[in-house]
Design a protein around this ligand. Structure first.
Ligand code: SF4
Length: 404
């Protein structure tokens, strides 16, 4: 498809209200059919990725759905799931004179404990340390080449960022004095875990469908989700990020549930393929080892992280700068007291169920990690969630009917 065709497709996905009306009506029709056939009054669908949660909340998509369909956010925000321990280690490095390069949203991420008077990289900068916000690792590399001082890049993210880090190393774009703290996480183990815990509480309906991350799937391919769909016998739809993409994905999940199917379907066909980006996958395997990794608020998930291989040890902040690794033995609960982020990232609670939401915890003064990044569920709800919050309140007060 040429670029003009892509642009007109994006236009339809953004602006075609007629099409939105048709899809919403079909969702309501199918919900009636499914709920009466399956004798269900509630259906939980997880939108795994922070950008999907943004689309859903920003455009008020929950308010278009039948009241029985609940869209719950997942752990797809890398800032939210980065353990406090690594923020603490970066603070120490910065205070010891290492220049720290970070993405903007990690800059404000708060550590669980104070380290020499600081709780975040923005705090240490205020204390006089050198912390620089960059959009990517190559910008950091160019900057380091200019000053030549010992530096570290905070490499958080999911499968989408790993190919960039791998390329930078393989093509020798990194100066020797720039080390990477690889905190890259792999998303399929977290999806398995989220689905497992959703089945633990008999009083709550389990998650019966997943809107899978579109950007991650461009790298991994939709095939990455097949074991999840087979294991839990649920539909998984790899979705784009326009409102209509999300609505079509909800419709596809309902269609499959009504027919008793559980397949992986690609809705985001303009970008995602079944096999994904094979070159990127090869480069990731050349540069990184897959390790068990810690997720903030969750704990250790098997084979869910990437660390640099021995061959690239010279770039590795763990080995070269003495950054301590977390292990199952030294991992500790790292959420602020009263913060419900651990439940929010697993779709077990909505931000509005946290007593600190928009009281003690706001985007200007975040307490928990989900309020920091633009992909954090609490930050998204704080900025755009008023329509959904009002609708929930109206339903609770019986001002509108369930499903209305
Ligand atoms: Fe955590 Fe703040 Fe969200 Fe509460 S509102 S769950 S404290 S981030």
């Amino acid at each position: 498809m040429n670029s003009r065709a892509y642009r007109s497709l994006e236009g339809v996905l953004r602006h075609d209200r007629g099409l939105v009306g048709i899809v919403v009506k079909k969702i309501h029709d199918l919900w009636r059919e499914y709920s009466s056939k399956a004798c269900e009054t509630r259906l939980k669908i997880m939108d795994f990725c922070g950008t999907h949660e943004w689309t859903i909340t920003h455009y008020g998509i929950r308010s278009l759905l039948p009241g029985g369909i609940e869209l719950v956010a997942g752990p797809g925000c890398p800032v939210c799931v980065t353990p406090s321990h690594y923020v603490e280690e970066l603070i120490k490095l910065a205070l010891d004179g290492v220049i720290v390069y970070t993405y903007g949203d990690t800059y404000k991420l708060r550590s669980h404990v104070e380290v020499r008077g600081a709780r975040s990289l923005s705090d240490v900068r205020a204390l006089g340390a050198d912390v620089r916000v960059v959009p990517d690792i190559l910008t950091a590399a160019r900057d380091v080449a200019g000053h030549g001082k010992l530096s570290v890049f905070c490499g958080i993210g999911f499968e989408t960022v790993a190919p960039g880090y791998a390329q930078a190393i393989l093509r020798r774009h990194l100066p020797r004095n720039l080390k990477i703290l690889s905190l890259v996480k792999l998303t399929p183990p977290a999806m398995f875990y989220s689905l497992e815990v959703s089945r633990e509480k008999p009083t709550e309906p389990p998650i019966m469908g997943v809107i899978a991350p579109g950007h991650v799937s461009t790298i991994t391919g939709a095939k990455a989700w097949e074991p999840v769909a087979e294991n839990y016998e649920i539909p998984i739809v790899v979705s784009g990020f326009e409102p209509l993409d999300v609505l079509i994905s909800v419709l596809e999940i309902l269609k499959q549930l009504t027919r008793g199917e559980h397949k992986v379907t690609i809705e985001y066909v303009r970008t995602v393929t079944w096999s994904g980006d094979l070159t990127a996958q090869r480069n990731i395997s050349r540069v990184f080892d897959v390790v068990d990794d810690a997720w903030r608020g969750i704990g250790f998930l098997p084979k869910s992280g990437l660390r640099l291989r021995d061959k690239y040890a010279e770039y590795d902040a763990f080995r070269e700068l003495g950054v301590k690794e977390l292990s199952a033995g030294n991992w500790r609960h790292d959420m602020p007291s009263g913060c419900k982020c651990a439940e929010v990232v697993l779709g077990k609670a909505y931000p509005s169920q946290c007593p600190m939401f928009l009281k003690a915890c706001t985007p200007q003064r975040p307490v928990g990690p989900c309020m920091v990044s633009s992909e954090g569920t609490c930050a998204i709800w704080a900025k755009y969630g008023s329509r959904d919050l009002l609708l929930r309140l109206a339903r609770e007060l019986r001002l509108v009917k369930e499903g209305g």
